[in-house]
Design a protein around this ligand. Structure first.
Ligand code: G6Q
Length: 541
């Protein structure tokens, strides 16, 4: 359905133009309780959304919009295994992978939980053997290094989680190779010993060119050192495609499966998370799942006004569709979350970067914004200039886990101070009067002051959310990731999209296959003049 045809949308549009909320500074001055009023807490995460340009009326209208777009029934349909990925006729059940109870989850009448538990038990048993040193390489040595070869959803999630939970890692060292540029593999293997290295080939389809190319070269590297028989001790696969795994030369006894109802970018909870299990152990992975399950439960049951994913999603809709923001920054203040922006970029942009609704109609309203970001402290010394004084207003999610194993207290205070300072600066800005008074106090000449005032003034009134995690543990990370998954789901539901397909990545893949044939000497297929000219140039080098 078209959300702009609902009366809630019309009222929101009218509210945004004829009662534009006062500047954030004034809103805080008018209501000293604003910070307590616009905050919610669940699953170890505090969401402070008071620095958004909203009032109670805005929120009520947004909740009306969620109701008008049938959010509750969409949510039920996802959790209950309906084929909501309509263009691929698939259920969307990453939530089943982390469900804690025994209430059956049915797909085509079959409970999927027993199969999930069976594969997880095999994954855990294998990981324990590797972690304990019982699983030996071809020369009888234990495995000390693991290389996950995968791309997109088969790389970003496990990589991001392994980085985030490094303080909890007590297994083999983990590396991730995704880029088809051979240097990624070559540089990774440079310091590794084939006798002690295990490769996980992670690919849902087992047809992804980049992954298979890297896997073939890794296999050749291993075989050169240990011979063909070494493959069985050093290669395992994570896939839904047993036939292709077998064709590649990996024994399916060394394969960990999953199912077509797990989308690539939602797959870290499945056996695609094998690298995570190897790094932090089964107990840590259980905690990650439990944290996500707690957020699932919160999302399913909490009233809209207390529901973290719903609030985060609706604020995004307000900023995108009614205040005109085309982009959203993710700024984590914990270094180990440094791949979170890249992970969320895929999660959000591949899910909601769509211009056609699930019903096939073209949208006439903005959908998913551009998601980008970097660790906040580093961003402050780089692109934050544009956030503070650029012409575009770009909302920011500030994310900070207050405790983490191994922290040095003196750094911690600076980390917190920086995070809070940036959202305060974006919100309050700095007026010409404030700049003038500050410069006068420093004894700067009046002429110099007047010349610099325009440059040193900050407009402020720039929205942000602050998400504070009590600690960065497997459990709270699980909750944080599920929070963003559901945020994306809520926005997709309101925009009427199918958030679970990704047809937009197909055309480039198709063209690359033909271009590769041309590079190998074929005369067909022919391309446009620009591509032909570039092809000719690359061939001349
Ligand atoms: C994710 C996408 C995509 C996918 C990769 C890798 O939702 O579908 O990023 O994960 O293209 O695919 P394979 O796992 O099949 O190699």
């Amino acid at each position: 359905m078209n959300p702009t045809r609902t009366s809630a949308w019309t009222r929101l549009a009218e509210h945004a133009t004829s009662h534009p909320p006062a500047a954030l500074r004034e809103l805080f001055a008018q209501d000293p309780q604003r910070a307590c009023h616009f905050r919610q807490e669940a699953c170890g995460i505090l969401l402070d959304y008071s620095k958004n340009r909203i009032s109670d009326t805005t929120l009520h209208l947004l909740f009306d919009l969620a109701d008008a777009c049938d959010l509750r029934s969409h949510t039920r349909a996802m959790f209950e295994g309906d084929a909501i990925n309509s263009t691929e006729h698939r259920a969307v059940l990453h939530t089943a992978l982390r469900t804690q109870g025994d209430v059956p989850v049915l797909v085509d009448g079959h409970d999927v939980l027993p199969a999930i538990r069976e594969v997880r038990a095999r994954t855990y048993a294998f990981a324990e053997r590797v972690r304990s040193g019982d699983w030996k390489g071809f020369s009888g040595e234990r495995i000390t290094d693991v290389v996950n070869i995968g791309i997109g959803g088969s790389d970003l999630g496990p990589l991001m989680v392994c980085e985030a939970l490094k303080p909890y890692a007590d297994g083999p060292r983990m590396d991730f190779v995704s880029n088809v540029d051979s240097l990624h593999l070559v540089q990774t293997l440079k310091d590794l010993d084939p006798a002690r290295t295990l490769f996980i080939v992670a690919s849902k389809t087992f047809t992804t060119v980049e992954t298979l190319t890297n896997a073939r070269s890794a296999r050749a590297w291993l075989v050169a050192a240990g011979g063909e028989t070494a493959v069985a001790r050093h290669f395992v696969a994570v896939s839904t495609n047993a036939a292709k795994v077998n064709d590649f030369g990996i024994d399916t006894a060394n394969m960990f499966g999953f199912w077509d109802w797990v989308g690539g970018r939602y797959s870290l909870w499945s056996s695609i998370g094998l690298s995570i299990v190897l790094a932090i152990g089964p107990a840590g992975f259980d905690e990650l799942l439990a944290g996500a399950a707690a957020m699932d439960q919160h999302f399913r049951t909490a009233p809209l006004a207390e529901n973290l994913p719903v609030i985060l999603a609706l604020l995004g809709i307000w900023n995108v569709n009614f205040l005109g923001s085309a982009s959203q920054v993710i700024a984590p203040y914990n270094q180990t979350l440094h791949r979170l922006p890249a992970f969320l970029q895929q999660l959000d942009m591949e899910s909601n970067g769509k211009r056609v609704r699930a019903d096939g109609e073209a949208v006439d309203y903005a959908t998913g914004p551009v998601i980008w970001g970097e660790p906040g402290t580093n961003g402050q010394h780089a692109f934050f200039q544009l956030l503070h004084q650029g012409t575009a207003v770009i909302p920011v999610d500030f994310i900070l886990a207050l405790r983490q194993p191994g922290q040095i207290e003196a750094h911690r205070t600076s980390q917190i101070a920086n995070c809070l300072a940036q959202s305060a600066a974006l919100m309050q800005g700095k007026t010409a009067e404030e700049v003038r008074a500050e410069m006068q106090a420093k004894g700067i000449a009046a002429e110099e002051i007047e010349a610099l005032i325009p440059h040193r003034t900050f407009p402020g009134n720039r929205p942000s959310n602050t998400l504070l995690l009590d600690e960065l543990s497997p459990r709270s990370l699980g909750a944080l990731l599920a929070l963003y998954e559901h945020k994306v789901f809520v926005q997709g539901s309101i925009w009427g999209l199918n958030s679970f397909d990704q047809w937009g990545v197909e055309l480039g893949k198709q063209l690359a296959t033909g271009i590769e044939q041309r590079l190998a000497g074929a005369s067909e297929p022919a391309y446009d003049a620009s591509t032909e000219a570039l092809l000719a140039y690359t061939r001349s080098k």
